[in-house]
Design a protein around this ligand. Structure first.
Ligand SMILES: Cc1cc2nc3c(=O)[nH]c(=O)nc-3n(C[C@H](O)[C@H](O)[C@H](O)COP(=O)(O)OP(=O)(O)OC[C@H]3O[C@@H](n4cnc5c(N)ncnc54)[C@H](O)[C@@H]3O)c2cc1C
Length: 366
């Protein structure tokens, strides 16, 4: 009965609250990259951290092309396969090859084995005293009741956030589908098609094999799985031996879901990773952003209060978001892409390829 009544309570947003007390008890929804990174970072100063993951196994099911972008300076927890080249192939409406160019990226993208990475992160967290419960699907209302003596709930539940599932406010998303193939490749290939606001890709796997996928940032004209099949046929990938052995897919929330810190029944709730909608709208890349976001949240909670999380995260990402919006515009504008594609993209990517440490140390103090 009490749970039923609680459903009608409108959760408060936490714009004005200025909480400077350092949290000691944190409960995290989601054992993905964002949730585990938050657990590792909060464990440096919190005594009680609990993570709930709805799936039975950390790292599964895999819903990712596993490209770890080094531009941010954030290193993955395990080594992967460095990619040195990206081929961009521009197709015409019938999927014939129109023009193409290669970009040397000199190892700035690494294909990581994501299930292994997440398992390693979970082990690191557990070694630091974090308790992880798999096969446990939780709700915010349930946690706010059961963990009412906790200081913070981290909503790292991916897209759509658990907050949106319970209280609404769902943002647009990009659906993606990918096929696993045994055929190996050592570079990334991106195909751009005038009717697709997204792209069609071939990514290597970390060890051997490849993933062929498609993502759309607007509603595709046919279901994505059908589109993937059509594109594989028309670009001749089936003839080249890219034979799907299984399919996976998922939704990428790439529109910000702020405020990042809210309040529910007196407990702060912080959204991180895809739950906060911080994956980028050019490539749908979200792993390093999830890591940065969780680190920023933990640092803010420890040093300055949760409310500076938003300014610090968006401040840190401003340059990145500017570039991805330029790229996203180029992705849709085929005339510009043909004119400036090679030299423009090459120049920017080469500049970005210089590894930089994220400026977490330069965060504004309240
Ligand atoms: C097909 C595809 C390809 C992609 N390729 C790339 C790529 O190459 N590189 C890249 O950087 N990004 C890529 N992304 C995006 C990337 O996967 C996400 O940005 C990243 O996973 C975000 O991490 P997260 O921890 O925020 O969310 P998630 O990885 O979605 O993790 C959320 C976790 O929370 C759990 N959960 C959800 N609700 C509950 C609940 N109520 N109770 C308990 N547990 C719950 C889920 O089971 C899940 O494990 C891709 C996405 C897709 C769909």
């Amino acid at each position: 009965m009490w749970g039923f009544i609680e459903c009608f309570k409108k959760p408060k947003r936490c714009d004005s609250a200025n909480v400077k007390e350092v949290p000691n008890k944190v409960v995290i929804i989601g054992g993905g990259v964002a949730g585990l990174e938050a657990a590792i970072n909060f464990s440096e100063f919190c005594d009680h951290i609990v993570v709930f993951e709805e799936h039975e196994e950390i790292g599964r099911p895999l819903q990712c092309a596993e490209g770890w972008i080094h531009f941010t300076g954030v290193k993955p927890y395990i080594n992967g396969r460095r990619v040195n080249e990206v081929d961009v192939i521009i197709l015409d409406r019938k999927c014939n090859h129109k023009t193409s160019f290669s970009i040397k990226i000199n190892g700035s993208v690494e294909i990581i084995n994501r299930p292994k990475t997440e398992k390693k992160m979970a082990k690191m967290a557990e070694d630091r005293g974090v308790r992880i419960f798999t096969g446990s699907k939780v709700t915010l209302l349930g946690l706010a009741k059961q963990f009412s003596d906790y200081d913070l709930i981290v909503d790292a539940s991916g897209y759509p956030s658990q907050w949106c599932r319970e209280f609404g406010g769902k943002k647009p998303y990009a659906p993606a589908v990918q096929a696993m193939c045994e055929k190996d490749t050592d570079k990334i290939t991106m195909f751009l098609h005038p009717e697709l606001d997204g792209y069609f890709w071939i990514f290597p796997m970390a060890d051997s094999g490849s993933k062929v996928g498609v993502v759309s940032f607007t509603k595709p004209r046919v279901p994505l799985r059908k589109l993937l099949d059509e594109m594989m046929k028309m670009t001749g990938l089936y003839d080249e031996g890219f034979e799907p052995t299984s399919y996976t897919g998922g939704l990428i929330g790439c529109y910000r879901n702020s405020p990042f810190v809210r309040e529910l029944n007196g407990i702060k709730v912080a959204l991180v990773g895809d739950a906060a909608g911080i994956a980028d709208t050019f490539a749908g890349e979200g792993m390093t952003k999830a890591v940065i976001f969780s680190r920023v949240l933990a640092r803010c909670a420890r040093e300055g209060g949760f409310m500076i999380t938003r300014g610090n995260t968006t401040g840190m990402m401003r340059g990145h978001y500017f570039l991805v919006s330029v790229f996203a515009y180029l992705r849709k504008n085929f005339t510009l892409l043909n004119l400036f594609g090679k030299s423009g993209i090459l120049g920017v990517v080469n500049r970005l390829s210089v590894n930089r440490e994220p400026r977490i140390d330069n965060m504004k103090k309240k």
